[in-house]
Design a protein around this ligand. Sequence first.
Ligand code: ZN
Length: 261
Amino acid sequence: MPDRIRATVWGENVHERKNAIVAQVYPDGMHDCIADGLREDAALEVRAATLQEAEHGLTKSVLAETDVLLWWGHAAHGEVADTVVERVLGRVWEGMGFIALHSAHYSKIFKRLMGTSCSLTWREAGERERLWVCNPGHRIARGIEPSFEIENTEMYGEPFAIPPPDEIVFLSWFEGGEVFRSGCTWKRGNGKIFYFRPGHETYPIYFHPVVRQVLRNAVHWAAPDGRPWIDSCPNIPIDQAHEKLVAKGPKLHKEGEKGFR
Ligand code: ZN
């Protein structure tokens, strides 16, 4: 394992270039702001990648050198190539951590990982959000007060069409009265997954010090525990069985044949 946890922040980088308000809030792009928040932790080695790069900046070698991938997308989920989605999925199964941010609830990769529609209710009114820590003992909540507020945000409300999380780390209350499971964890294959709700692009949410602390904590939590494990479905020949084995009964495949059983 490398000394530092290698995090890649992926951003679709669309609204920052097309919407004047978003460009004003995030002049260097949201992905760079999120990456800067992670860089406050010297234990993290951080790079950013965007939709517009070749293979969306998520080549095999970049993903092979990524311990935790953070994903921000909203306007261009459909433009993400299925080959890249499958590549990310394979790395999560191997053990790469995956952190889905805000509107990434509707990204191809998050829906694929969850296996559900991931729909929710929403409202854009600049209202206040209060996030409550559900488990102060969780690694992702380390150093976070019992609750914290974001003054202006978009509302996401229940029902949130996700499979039941392994754990709910944060629960949100909104000024308009709704509540939402804002910080949820799952495991898929060997990969740890965290969904974190805050992050609407017209507000400076990724500059918020507590939001940045949560993301740094989440990278530490989601980093792989061991070496990548690749399920390539190998055939074990009879003569290589650990105990002496004599074949009996009819067989579908020739001895040593490769491929699916
Ligand atoms: Zn939003």
